[in-house]
Design a protein around this ligand. Structure first.
Ligand SMILES: Nc1ncnc2c1ncn2[C@@H]1O[C@H](COP(=O)(O)OP(=O)(O)OP(=O)(O)O)[C@@H](O)[C@H]1O
Ligand SMILES: O=C(O)c1ccc[n+]([C@@H]2O[C@H](COP(=O)([O-])O)[C@@H](O)[C@H]2O)c1
Length: 201
């Protein structure tokens, strides 16, 4: 469901944050969300439908359209689709996380991302701050495993990596802590859907 206003979360809950352009949402997002709920033992996952990735020059489809398409695809009692970043006026992940920690001091947030995002993570604004303040769950993506494991972020924070078998403890760990889970993969991307002409911006 699309949450009107800011999502609710009870004290002590663990909430996974899946930030994305969702331009459009696809079964890969649904799959990694279900995997993340299970493997990281999360109470909730929030899809943060981004106003626009700060590193992408081409703007995405209008936010309202992306939210509606995401909500039509993902229906799960523990998953919330939200335009929270547009509401709180952030676009950079570090800024979003800083605000969320202030707004929800008793919630344990985990940042979620596909393996491709770990590869370029060191180019994100204040990426080391993110690493050192929020546990990160990385989910396998086809063809991305080797580059992700060799990425600057993975190497710099090698000592903070939890083994996959301890993934269910991630939300309770003090940052820096990250975990790569090797789950069954779904080979699909938004760019492929756009290239097919099935989704027009
Ligand atoms: N098939 C997939 N497997 C694993 N992770 C995925 C998959 N699709 C998307 N993700 C992850 O979901 C998050 C949001 O992804 P995004 O909305 O950019 O979709 P995308 O398919 O990667 O889009 P694009 O092709 O336009 O880059 C990112 O962390 C991304 O790594
Ligand atoms: O904060 C940054 O510098 C930054 C740079 C690139 C991507 N992100 C975030 O990463 C998430 C995935 O982006 P995308 O476009 O690959 O779906 C989304 O929440 C973006 O806001 C964040």
């Amino acid at each position: 469901m699309i949450r009107a206003g800011l999502p609710r979360a009870a004290a002590g809950m663990s909430v996974g944050l899946l930030g994305g352009s969702f331009d459009p949402a696809h079964p890969g997002h649904v799959h990694i969300t279900r995997q993340a709920l299970r493997r990281f033992a999360l109470d909730r996952v929030w899809w943060l439908v981004s106003p626009g990735n700060p590193l992408k020059t081409e703007g995405p489809a209008p936010l309202g359209r992306r939210l509606e398409a995401a909500a039509a695809l993902m229906s799960h009692p523990r998953v919330c689709i939200t335009d929270l970043e547009a509401r709180i006026g952030t676009r950079y992940t570090a800024a979003t996380l800083g605000r969320l920690q202030m707004l929800y001091p008793e919630v344990r947030f985990v940042w979620l991302m596909g393996a491709d995002n770990l590869t370029g993570f060191h180019r994100w604004d204040r990426w080391e701050w993110i690493m050192e303040n929020v546990p990160i769950g990385v989910i396998a993506r086809p063809g991305q495993g080797i580059a992700a494991r060799r990425s600057k972020a993975a190497l710099r924070y090698a000592n903070a990596q939890l083994p996959g078998r301890a993934s269910f403890t991630l939300a309770g760990q003090a940052a820096p802590a990250w975990c790569y889970v090797n789950v069954p993969m779904v080979d699909i991307s938004s760019s492929e859907i756009r290239a097919r002409g099935d989704w027009r911006r």
